[in-house]
Design a protein around this ligand. Structure first.
Ligand SMILES: C[S@@+](CC[C@H](N)C(=O)[O-])C[C@H]1O[C@@H](n2cnc3c(N)ncnc32)[C@H](O)[C@@H]1O
Length: 274
């Protein structure tokens, strides 16, 4: 039994807030989810209703409380080497052609807890040898970024990491850290994490050779998707690649993007090449 029950009107208030702030479209079926995720905040402040909590967040939010709501209303599911076809494409088609010189730059643009960024880091270190590279991971949720920065994971969550990479790049914890795994310092040094709201970009991040924007477009409507893709294309080098999730589509969203394989796009300014 829920000790707090959100009304339809209260749900709408949070639905509008997260849409305006993050572009996340919470469907009406998400009422229970919002109820259960935010109830702990009502308890924390000894409030009687969600409307009281909403007023607190809007009118005189305690330091960081809007961020807490954002953290609680985002879905951060991720894992190492998710959607392996993307990593195979990088390994077989992209990285062997890289000639070095300047750093190879990758952006994991909705990185969640960092598994995606570190998966790419393992592949880059393996494939590029002594050639320089760097990865930026970003997310709207500061809670997940703290975890990403630590690079410390439960060993139950590491299924996707190839065996060879496990021994090269992951340190198994002992003592107090038994059951956990730390990403090797050599990789962590080249991976930085920062907060970045895709809906309200406030600074330039690129240019990048690769942008991963996976399993986040599903939360946006067509208009927000278009706005975000427009911005991200500006952050790509010409011929740079944009990877989106396998259940997502940006067909026809930007004239400078050409499909390479399903869910991988190349920036080709001026439209498709003949
Ligand atoms: C399901 S996770 C995807 C993680 C990873 N890219 C993957 O494919 O496994 C979606 C992430 O997008 C983030 N997100 C949602 N809206 C965002 C926004 N407006 N700006 C930046 N990140 C956002 C969430 O906080 C969440 O961590």
């Amino acid at each position: 039994m829920l000790d707090y029950k959100i009304t339809e009107e209260e749900f709408r208030s949070f639905q509008n807030f997260i849409y305006d702030h993050a572009g996340i479209k919470l469907s009406d079926q998400k009422t229970l989810l919002v109820n259960s995720r935010l109830a702990s905040r009502l308890r924390h402040y000894s409030l009687d209703s969600f409307s009281q909590y909403f007023d607190l967040v809007m009118e005189s939010p305690p330091q960081g409380e809007r961020q807490v709501v954002t953290d609680l209303l985002t879905t951060n599911e991720t894992y190492f080497f998710r959607e392996p076809k993307h990593f195979a494409h990088l390994e077989k088609e992209v990285l062997p052609k890289w000639r070095g010189g300047r750093p190879f730059r990758v952006w994991s643009a909705a990185s969640s807890t960092g598994e995606e960024a570190y998966s790419i880091a393992m592949l880059l270190d393996d494939m590029l040898g002594s050639m320089p590279w760097e990865i930026v991971g970003s997310d709207i949720s500061s809670r997940v970024l703290k975890k990403a920065q630590q690079g410390l994971y439960q060993q139950t969550r590491i299924d996707g990491i190839p065996r060879e990479y496990m021994s090269r790049y992951c340190l198994k914890g002992t003592g107090d850290y038994a059951g956990s795994l730390l990403i090797d310092k050599k990789l962590r040094q080249n991976v930085t994490f920062t907060t970045y709201n895709l809906k309200k970009p406030e600074r330039k991040m690129g240019p990048f050779h690769i942008i991963f924007l996976r399993n986040v477009l599903i939360y946006f409507d067509a208009e927000t998707t278009k706005q975000i893709i427009n911005n991200l294309v500006r952050e790509l080098h010409n011929d740079g690649l944009l990877f989106i999730g396998h259940s997502e589509s940006i067909k026809g969203v930007h004239r400078d993007l050409e499909a390479v394989i399903p869910t991988v796009y190349r920036k080709t300014p001026g439209g498709k090449r003949k």
